[in-house]
Design a protein around this ligand. Structure first.
Ligand code: 3HC
Ligand code: NAI
Length: 698
């Protein structure tokens, strides 16, 4: 057999093992070897039955995603050939699902006549997460195995389900000794073929409206996505057409999806989510320090959420506040937060009690002697933070990681307040800190490899996507956000209405536009940050917050007091406010800026191209190592639409020459101060290169 397919016989049963580390993806070599092994076993008179299993931790992780987007290998069997051959066998075929059976892996298992799954195995068709549909009979076989509704849920949501929780019909047995049980089952049972069994489709055939009803329930969750709807369309084929015809149509839909930008974007996210954990600037052999317990200084909005992350991960955490009242308030908020989750039925009372039990409050820095990592989350004030790090330096044990949650301040200046700058790192959480997936880790000039690696390990431990960046004003995320919000404000001063800008950005795929966001975060918060940053000091560049400042001065703080850029009713429904429109016109007049009609295209181009342009500068300066780091920050921290792959990936899809040409146009006609194209962008266009080409050199 080939290297990736191993065979052995047990009690007259041929065991075919797929051995293609790390997760047995179905590469061209696997397909070739598996087809040959299947045919050989079926033809061998000494073989009574067949078992298919996987070596190592996975059964089969599906098609080899690295082959997607490349020309198909010539003369190599397809996955559908493999599945058809397994099902056509004249001897009973059993899948022994030892670990993850994902995508094409589950499709293979569904081609087998029976399935035995290990209790720890997970099963599912996650193709939708790659912007596509199951393309090797999965949309036709799964409904025949588990019924239409359960199949729709599995395929549209793309989740991998533990064997014990799988809908009936998927696994015939759940057992520790998967191969042993599969052998016994194979010897005991007759051949059975799912493609010939329509019994579980009968209910849906009698109720065809169920598909439209299902689609209606998807609108909110899948706004902007195409593949989830294509999944429904494909499953619907199973009740509309005979098996063979439906399979051919499934293939057409799969091929169509594979050619869409969504599939390219989602594949980019799949690989980037994994790649981002490998930080080029940290030597490969550097091990993180052990993280058993944590401390958090400041139990406000962020500190409380950060403490919850530790408790959720089963780590004990000590939170420090200035006085008992502040401590009680902070701990009370954490309790309330957990209680809300219990009320919604997403957490048991016992689990909440366990987590609360892991959080210890204190007003004494002496309690920070033992934690392996301490995260500071006090007010955004450099002097205060320096003072706290000085104290921390005196109490924290040697080797403890000293982290700051600052969103804008200089991590190097904070590190310099200690005698151990090598142990200091930025861990920038996003609000709400217990929910948002991004952890923007900031490496200072003197942060050691080991400390940096520990910050990345922290992200993994608390189930976040950690991205390592360097020190600059706003780091990567907020620095790019400034560039984007600035254009949003200018567009309003030049003639667009806030609601028009918000709609264009929402339609682009963000969960909300910049002005809605500003109202949610609080115009008072934004104003305070600008004061702290002395942004109103005279500058020779156009000031971006003329309207926002006036709104604040008028006492319009956003959602919290029912008026900001919008008006809010008691249910927080928003509406445009003529008073805001009048104020904006007034500001335009004061600036001698003629107002003009502005379309959605200009809004998206100016906001998003400004974002990418800032990203290009950040790459050039080495603040982010790779475009994918920026993409992950924007997807997991700011709601950039996942199906577009992140701003830098999207820029390549738009085409850098077009992007540069438009940026240059807006620079010359609308914003001479801020929109000058970045040198890296110009260079890439001149050389006929993309951000992806640039990344290949990193
Ligand atoms: N193809 C190629 N590489 C894959 C892969 C696949 N299907 N699945 C995982 N890998 C790679 C990962 O990129 C990673 O590589 P790296 O070490 O270089 O970063 C490595 O395998 C290990 O992956 P994980 O870290 O994710 O391993 P885990 O053990 O944590 O998880 C898993 C295992 C649950 C199988 C998870 O890898 C997974 O969900 N994989 C993707 C499954 C999937 O989407 N399958 C559908 C493929 S599309 C398809 O089958 C089309 C068909 O319908 C025609
Ligand atoms: P907050 O005002 O809600 O909480 C700060 C807390 O720190 C208060 O409870 C205060 O009592 C406490 N505190 C002040 N001095 C202290 C001291 N010497 N010792 C112990 N506790 C002290 O502020 P928030 O929003 O939680 O911000 C904290 C930090 O997180 C800031 O650096 C901020 O820039 C950053 N950040 C905030 C985000 C947000 O969306 N709110 C997002 C990301 C970072």
């Amino acid at each position: 057999m080939t290297d990736v397919i191993k065979t052995a016989d047990r009690e007259g049963v041929r065991i075919i093992t797929i051995d293609n580390a790390p997760v047995n993806a179905i590469s061209a070599a696997v397909r070739t070897g598996l087809l040959a092994a299947t045919k050989a076993a079926d033809a061998d008179p000494a073989v009574k039955a067949i078992v298919v299993t996987g070596a190592g931790r996975a059964f089969i992780a599906g098609a080899d995603i690295r082959e997607f987007g490349k020309p198909p290998a010539v003369g190599v069997p397809t996955l559908r050939d493999n599945i058809a051959a397994l099902e056509a066998c004249s001897k009973t075929v059993v899948a022994a699902i030892n670990g993850a059976a994902a995508g094409g892996g589950l499709e293979i298992a569904l081609g087998c006549h029976y399935r035995v799954a290990h209790p720890k195995a997970v099963l599912g068709l996650p193709e939708v997460n790659l912007g596509t549909i199951p393309g090797a009979t999965g949309t036709q076989r799964l409904p025949r195995a588990v019924g239409i509704e359960a199949a729709l849920d599995m395929i549209v949501n793309g989740v991998l389900i533990p064997a014990a929780k799988c809908p009936p019909g998927l696994a015939d047995e759940v057992a520790e000794d998967v191969v042993g049980n599969a052998v016994a089952l194979a010897l005991a049972k007759p051949v059975r073929r799912l493609s010939k069994d329509d019994s579980k489709l009968a209910a849906a055939k009698a109720k065809p409206a169920l598909f439209d009803e299902y689609r209606k329930g998807m609108a909110r969750r899948f706004r902007g996505f195409t593949a989830p709807y294509k999944c429904v369309e494909a499953v619907e084929l199973s009740v509309k057409f005979p098996y063979a015809e439906a399979v051919a149509k499934e293939r057409e839909i799969f091929t169509w999806c594979q050619g869409q930008p969504e599939a390219r974007g989602m594949r980019h996210v799949f690989f980037s989510e994994r790649e981002v954990a490998r930080v080029p600037s940290i030597a490969k052999d550097v091990k993180p320090r052990e993280l058993k317990s944590a401390g958090v200084i400041g139990c406000g909005t962020m500190g409380g959420g950060i403490a919850m992350n530790f408790a959720n991960a089963g780590m004990s955490v000590t939170v420090i506040e200035t006085d008992t009242a502040a401590l009680e308030k902070g701990l009370g908020l954490i309790r309330k937060n957990y209680a809300g989750t219990v009320e919604k039925g997403r957490l048991s009372q016992a689990e909440m009690d366990k987590r609360m039990g892991l959080i210890k409050g204190s007003t004494s820095y002496d309690d920070l002697k033992t934690p392996d990592i301490v995260i500071e989350a006090v007010f955004e004030n450099l002097d205060l933070k320096k003072q706290i790090f000085g104290k921390l330096d005196r109490v924290a044990k040697p080797g403890a990681v000293l982290a700051t949650n600052t969103s804008t301040l200089d991590v190097d200046a904070i590190a310099a307040a200690t005698g151990r700058p090598q142990d200091v790192v930025g861990t920038h959480f996003f609000s709400p800190a217990n929910v948002m997936k991004l952890l923007e880790n900031v490496r200072g000039a003197r942060t050691s490899d080991e400390t940096a690696q520990t910050a990345m390990e922290l992200a993994r431990r608390i189930n976040k996507v950690g991205v390592m960046v360097g020190v600059c004003d706003g780091f990567v995320g907020n620095r790019m956000l400034y560039a984007y919000s600035r254009q949003a404000s200018f567009l309003v001063e030049e003639g667009a209405a806030p609601e028009q800008v918000d709609k264009a950005i929402y339609d682009f795929g963000f969960p909300m536009g910049p002005f809605q966001m500003s109202d949610l975060a609080g115009l008072d918060v934004g104003y305070m940050v600008r004061m702290e940053r002395k942004e109103r000091a005279p500058t020779n560049r156009r000031y971006a917050n003329a309207v926002a400042d006036r709104l604040y001065e008028l006492g319009r703080y956003g959602q919290k007091n029912g008026k900001g850029w919008y008006l809010y009713d008691a249910q927080r429904n928003r509406s445009a406010d003529p008073a805001v429109a009048a104020l904006i016109e007034q500001v335009s007049k004061e600036q001698c800026r003629p107002r003009r009609a502005i379309g959605a295209d200009e809004i998206v181009e100016r906001c998003m191209y400004a974002l990418v342009n800032e990203g290009a500068k950040i790459l050039d300066e080495g603040i982010a190592a790779r475009p994918l780091d920026i993409d992950m920050i924007w997807i997991f921290g700011y709601g950039f639409p996942r199906y577009r792959g992140g701003p830098m990936f999207w820029a390549d899809e738009v085409g850098l020459p077009k992007l540069l040409e438009r940026l240059e146009h807006y620079w010359k006609t609308a914003d001479r101060d801020w929109l000058e194209p970045a040198p890296l962008l110009r260079k890439l266009v001149k050389d006929g290169k993309t951000f992806r080409d640039w990344a290949a050199k990193v």
